[in-house]
Each structure stands twice: as C-alpha cells, then as structure tokens.
Ligand binder design. Structure first.
Ligand SMILES: [Zn+2]
Length: 312
C-alpha cells in the first residue's frame, strides 16, 4: 500500500515536471507567469502612456520616480535588474537620459528597446539654443508630438504581442482622444494670459515646446540639461530681465532644487523688484503615484492651472 502510494506520488511529480516544462517551452520569452508583458521605462510620463495603451496586458516599471532629474540620473544595480527582467523597454531618447544611455544601448541588443522621442521628424524638434547640434528632448510638453511618440509604444507592444493588436490600438485611440481634449483645455486656458505676462521663467529650459505651443516666451536659468551648473552670470542676466520686463512670478520645478530660482528672486529683490514663486511645475518628473499629478494628463493640467493662476 505504502509502496503504491509512493509510486503514485512519483508519477504525479513526474507529470507535474513535464507540465512545467511544457509551459515554459510554450512561452516565447515574452509572457511571464501571470501572462503580463513586463515593460520598463525611464521617465514616469512614458510609464503612464504605456499603462494607458497596454492596459491589463502589461506590468510597467518606471526607473525614475517623482522628483527625479533624468538628465543627472545614473542607473543603479536594481535598475539594471529591472531592465534585464523587462520584455520590452521604452525611453525618451534625444539625450534626455544622458547617463543611462550606455546601459540602454547594451540592453538594446538583447530585447526590443525603443527611444520613442527619436521617431519624431527632425523638423518638428526644437533646437538647443546654446548648442545647435543638440535638440530639446522635452517633447512631452507638445501634446501632438507626445502622441506621435506614444504611437511607437503602441506599435512596440503590437510587435511583441500581435495577438492583442486590436486591444492596444483601441486603447491608444481612446487615450489619444483624451490627449486631444487636454490640448483643447490647455489652449483655451493659456489664451487667457495677457500678452505682457506671457513669459515663463523656470529653473531649467524644459518648457520650450510648451512655450511654442501656447505662444509663451520661455526662460530657464539652466540650459536644456541640468548637467551644466548655472553661473553667477546666468543669475544676473535673468535678474536684469525680470526687472526690465517687470515679470512678477517665476516657477520652481519638482525635479530641481529651489536654490537656483531663489537666487534669482533674491537678486531681483536687491534691485527693488518683487518677484514671487508662482508655484511648482512638473517638468521632467511627474507627481506622486496615486495623485492626479502622478499621471501625464494630471501633471499637464496642474502646470496649465498653476501658470494661468499666477500670470493672469
Ligand atoms: Zn529637463
């Protein structure tokens, strides 16, 4: 009796091993045990787009959380593991994630890795005003360009999971309709700012596309990347401009220290010109997960509201 039981147990074990083997052979390396596609992204804006387009078919991990500056960000050992585990990777490119590029390039040979900003035609990209060989990577502030970039997310998911093509296409269409509504809202609101107040002063030049879209002049204390430190000359130049143009509000950014903008406010004060902080904008990083600002649409609306509230 005991012997028979043992025999049955051994048989059961044998069959379960065979079954396990069959399952993992069946997997193309794309689907994980829970059936979801593992997606790793760099910035939260991309992660949010992937969540909207991939829906319940994807598990998304973003390497850079709230308050993280992508220009300075270096990949940790944990990040490399997250990239290794991914089935597919999306990043912005256009040199936004300058210090993670080497890691991304290495992984590029092993699995589908897409720089979604690099699908945008050169003619639509803004040039770096200080270095004509570089382009402005902050494309998510132009809603139409961002939609083009997210089409690459949709296409990448379809390529890796063609069975669900219809699902991804439908989700993308729904999300793009929401983006159209966001664009209408932003255009309507931004148009309310009087012409003499249409100057947006921030810690770094993240808002070039935003300015171009809504006819705002944009000035940042630091250049397109936060890699270069701002100098005393930059502070002085911006102070002079605030005084000269009678600009009353400047904006801090959630991913950049307030120190630089405070130096400008202090400098203006010494010249007898009162400048206030118009509020905090989300530029390169989004808000906390679970909050309105933790989504692309929410952060965009927050920025529009913050800017229009203080410049009207
Ligand atoms: Zn930036």
């Amino acid at each position: 009796m005991v012997e028979e039981m043992q025999k049955i147990m051994r048989l059961l074990l044998f069959f379960s091993l065979v079954l396990l083997g069959a399952c993992s052979n069946e997997s193309t390396g794309v689907e994980k045990s829970d059936g979801k596609i593992m997606v790793t992204t760099t910035i939260g804006q991309i992660a949010d787009g992937v969540k909207n387009i991939g829906g319940d078919k994807v598990e998304v991990i973003s390497l850079m959380g709230p308050g993280t500056d992508p220009h300075l960000y270096k990949a940790t050992q944990g990040d490399i593991e997250k990239l290794e585990k991914a089935d597919i990777i999306f990043y912005n490119g256009l040199h936004l994630e300058g210090k993670v590029l080497d890691v991304l390039k290495k992984i590029n040979d092993k699995k589908p890795t897409y720089a979604i900003g690099e699908v945008i035609s050169e003619g639509s990209l803004l040039e770096d005003t200080e270095d004509s060989s570089a382009v402005d990577p902050h494309i998510w502030f132009d809603i139409s360009l961002w939609q083009q970039a997210l089409e690459k997310v949709r296409d990448g998911l379809i390529e890796i999971d063609p069975d669900n093509e219809e699902y991804y296409s439908k989700n993308a269409d729904d999300y793009f309709s929401e983006l159209d509504r966001l664009k209408e809202y932003a255009e309507e609101e931004m148009a309310k700012i009087p012409s003499e107040q249409r100057v947006l002063v921030t810690a770094h030049d993240a808002f070039g596309y935003f300015g171009a879209a809504y006819n705002m002049e944009v000035m940042g204390l630091q250049g397109l990347s936060t890699e270069s430190e701002y100098g005393l000359g930059d502070v002085q130049e911006l102070v002079d401009l605030l005084v000269e143009r009678n600009i009353k509000a400047v904006f801090i950014e959630s991913s950049i220290s307030e120190r630089s903008i405070n130096a400008v406010i202090e400098g203006a004060k010494q010249k007898g010109h009162e400048v206030t902080i118009g509020g905090e904008l989300f530029s390169d990083a989004m808000g906390e997960e679970g909050t309105e600002e933790g989504t692309y649409i929410g952060m965009y609306r927050h920025n529009v509201k913050t800017i229009t509230d203080s410049l009207q």
